[in-house]
Design a protein. Structure first.
Length: 329
C-alpha cells in the first residue's frame, strides 16, 4: 500500500489521509450502530451493550490502524496510536465532555480508571526494565485479561439490569432485517480495514518526507482522528444529560486500547515492540500524570461529579502534550 504514495504529490497524500480518517470514523459508527441493534434483538440490555460492545466499537479504529501498522512492519505507529489515543481520550475529549455537561463518576467507572492506570504504569515500568521494549509475554497477559474483563462486565451489568428492569423484553426483528444488519456489519468492517490501510500508508510516507517519526504522528494526529467516535459519543451524551454513560464509555475505550489493541500488537508483532526514547521520557509520564489527576478529581470530591475547572485543566494538559510533540520532537 505504501508504494502507491511514494511518488505522489503531498497534496494528494494529505487528501487521502483526511479521507481515510473520516471514512474510518464513519464506517466504525455504522458498524457499532448495527451491532447494537443486533444485540438488542437478542435481548441484551443497554447497560451490557455500553460496557462491552460500545467500548469495543469505539476502540475499533485504533485496532484497525494498529493491525495495518503491524502488517506493514511499523511497530512505532502501532504503539503511538494506542498510547496517544488513551492520552487524547482522558485529557482533551474528557475535558470537552465536562465543559459541555455534567460528568458523574460511578463506582464501576472508577474501578476501570484504576485498572487502566495500573496497566499503563505496568507497561511503562516493564519497558524501562526490559531495555526500552515491551516483552511478548505482557501481550499474552493483557489478552487473557480481556475476556475476564468482558465476562465480569457482562455478569455485573446483567445483574444490575435484572434488578432495574425485571420485565425487559427482546426487540423483535424480522429475519430480512437481521440479515441486512449483518451485511452492514461485514461491509463496514471491510471499509474499516481498507481505510486504516490507506491511513497507515499515508502516515508512513509523510513521516519519511518531513522527518517526523511515525510514533509522533500516530500519537497526535492519528490518535485524535481515531478517537473521533469517542469524541462524538461523549459530547452528545454529556449535552443530553447522560454524562455517566459518556465517562464510562471513555474509560472503557481506554481500557480496551490496552486489553484489546495493545495486547494484540505486542503478542502478534513479528518483531519485539521497541519503545522510542521520547515515549519513555514524556508520553508515558504524561499519561501517568493525567490518570493521577483524574483519580485525584474522583476521590477528592464528595459530589462524584467532575467540575468544569477540572475539565479545563484536562484540556490544558492535552495542549501541553501537543506543544511538546510539535516543538520538542
Amino acid at each position: 500500500m505504501t508504494q502507491l504514495f511514494i511518488h505522489a504529490p503531498i497534496i494528494i497524500i494529505i487528501f487521502v489521509f483526511v479521507a481515510a480518517l473520516v471514512t474510518l470514523s464513519k464506517s466504525t459508527d455504522y458498524l457499532t450502530d448495527a451491532a447494537i441493534v443486533i444485540s438488542k434483538s437478542f435481548g441484551i440490555s443497554d447497560v451490557i451493550i455500553g460496557a462491552t460492545i460500545l467500548s469495543l466499537g469505539t476502540s475499533l479504529p485504533e485496532f484497525a490502524t494498529t493491525i495495518s501498522a503491524l502488517a506493514s512492519g511499523s511497530t512505532d505507529l502501532a504503539l503511538g496510536n494506542v498510547l496517544g489515543s488513551i492520552i487524547t481520550n482522558t485529557s482533551f475529549i474528557l475535558g470537552l465532555g465536562i465543559l459541555y455537561g455534567s460528568i458523574p463518576v460511578s463506582k464501576k467507572s472508577t474501578f476501570n480508571v484504576g485498572v487502566t492506570f495500573l496497566g499503563i504504569v505496568s507497561i511503562y515500568l516493564v519497558s524501562l526494565l526490559n531495555h526500552a521494549s515491551v516483552p511478548r509475554f505482557l501481550g499474552y497477559i493483557l489478552l487473557i485479561a480481556l475476556p475476564i474483563y468482558l465476562f465480569q462486565s457482562f455478569k455485573t451489568s446483567q445483574a444490575d439490569e435484572v434488578i432495574a428492569h425485571p420485565d425487559a423484553n427482546k426487540e423483535k426483528m424480522s429475519l430480512a432485517k437481521l440479515m441486512l444488519l449483518i451485511l452492514k456489519v461485514i461491509v463496514s468492517g471491510l471499509i474499516v480495514a481498507l481505510s486504516s490501510s490507506f491511513l497507515v500508508a499515508t502516515v508512513q510516507v509523510s513521516a519519511s518526507r518531513i522527518g517526523i517519526s511515525e510514533a509522533i504522528i500516530s500519537a497526535t494526529i492519528v490518535a485524535l482522528g481515531t478517537s473521533l467516535p469517542e469524541l462524538s459519543t461523549v459530547i452528545s451524551s454529556a449535552k443530553k444529560g447522560y454524562g455517566g454513560l459518556a465517562f464510562g464509555n471513555l474509560i472503557g475505550a481506554s481500557l480496551m486500547n490496552l486489553l484489546f489493541v495493545l495486547s494484540t500488537a505486542v503478542a502478534f508483532s513479528k518483531t519485539q515492540i521497541i519503545v522510542p526514547k521520547s515515549f519513555l521520557l514524556f508520553h508515558f509520564p504524561i499519561a501517568v500524570i493525567i490518570f493521577l489527576y483524574l483519580l485525584y478529581c474522583i476521590y477528592n470530591s464528595k459530589k462524584h461529579v467532575l467540575t468544569k475547572k477540572e475539565g479545563l485543566f484536562f484540556i490544558i494538559l492535552y495542549i501541553v502534550y501537543i506543544l511538546y510533540n510539535l516543538f520538542v520532537n
